[in-house]
Design a protein. Structure first.
Length: 121
């Protein structure tokens, strides 16, 4: 089984947030390596697919690898965690099964007050 482990590549310039926010992005590649090693130990064929500056290049890499499933570790785009839902929305466009929450859930829960009100209703 081919598994794509998708993760954020640290952007040259953050589009949002502060320089200290890079710490989250910088750990992504190490986390992806650990996940890939664990999957390989289980006999999976694994490739890391970094999300860098270009979403088109990211999608092209996924199409070329043609994974059976995606292990999604992407937590935003260009250093902006509010774009996490947009990244998660790419996988269904390619008909790829993916780990984690769907795009709607990721976007909805970005607004904690809205989420609390919804859950209380």
């Amino acid at each position: 089984m081919r598994i794509a482990v998708c993760f954020n590549r640290v952007p040259g310039t953050l589009k949002r947030g502060e320089e200290k926010d890079r710490i989250s992005e910088e750990g992504a590649e190490h986390e992806a390596e650990a996940v890939m090693q664990a999957l390989q130990r289980e006999g999976m064929m694994v490739r890391g697919i970094p999300l860098g500056e270009s979403p088109a290049d990211f999608m092209d890499a996924l199409v070329q690898y043609a994974p059976h499933a995606v292990f999604n570790l992407c937590e935003g785009f260009w250093g902006d965690s509010h774009l996490e839902m947009n990244v998660a929305g790419l996988f269904p466009l390619l008909s790829l099964p993916v780990t984690g929450s769907p795009a709607f859930a990721l976007g909805f829960t970005q607004d904690k007050a809205l989420t609390k009100a919804y859950l209380a209703a």
